[in-house]
Design a protein around this ligand. Structure first.
Ligand code: PAN
Ligand code: ZN
Length: 187
């Protein structure tokens, strides 16, 4: 019999929610106050509690995550809600290394994924439980919760992808998603 060793799992994942647990898990929460300038109506944003949670992110950093070829795994939970008529959403970003791609998958809830190229052409994909989304090279990505419940997604991406938040903070996406009568309005 060859030599072998038995080690511990990196973390544990609840597949019904995507929730991670274990010592290797990192967390971050984004509040309305953190999302200044992201929503179209500064007036409606200013009327809301800045400590209100918009989304929560968990991720695991495996050994070797700081080397080329490393991967990160995480999840994001976006609360239901709006600022004025605009649905709660993530900041959205390009990857600093444009050739670094990513997978998103929906565990629960419903929403829209915006994918925008450098020419500001935007593609919109519907997110629903089980939907798997590939974010190709050079595409900015933002998730929008258009439902009445929490929108929960999983993500896997190269650890050296890096995040360019500045371009979106300055120029935004070319479309916004607002609450309509019946279904979301894309403007
Ligand atoms: C995701 C996102 C996460 C939060 O892990 O970072 O959903 O969205 P923002 O980073 O736009 O605030 C990912 O795309 N990583 O590359
Ligand atoms: Zn990303």
């Amino acid at each position: 019999m060859g030599e072998h060793s038995i080690g511990q799992a990196l973390a544990f994942l609840d597949w019904s929610t995507g929730k991670l647990s274990g010592a290797a898990v990192h967390e971050s929460t984004k509040t309305l106050g953190d999302l200044r300038g992201i929503f179209s109506s500064e007036r409606d944003w200013a009327k809301m509690d800045p400590t209100g949670v918009v989304y929560h992110v968990q991720w695991v950093t495996p050994p070797g995550a700081d080397t080329e070829g490393g991967l990160l795994w995480g999840n994001t939970t976006i609360e239901p809600g709006t600022v004025g008529d605009e649905y709660f959403m993530t900041h959205g970003h390009f990857h600093l290394k444009p050739d670094r791609t990513e997978f998103y998958a929906t565990t629960s809830g419903s929403g829209l994924l915006l994918l925008m190229d450098s020419a500001r052409h935007t593609q919109i994909q519907e997110m629903s439980p089980g939907s798997l989304h590939h974010i190709g090279p050079g595409l900015a990505h933002r998730v929008i919760n258009t439902g009445a419940e929490k929108l929960k997604i999983l993500a896997c991406w190269p650890s050296d992808a890096g995040h360019d938040y500045g371009t979106i903070a300055q120029q935004g996406f070319s479309v916004r998603v607002l609450r309509g009568s019946g279904s979301p309005r894309i403007v």
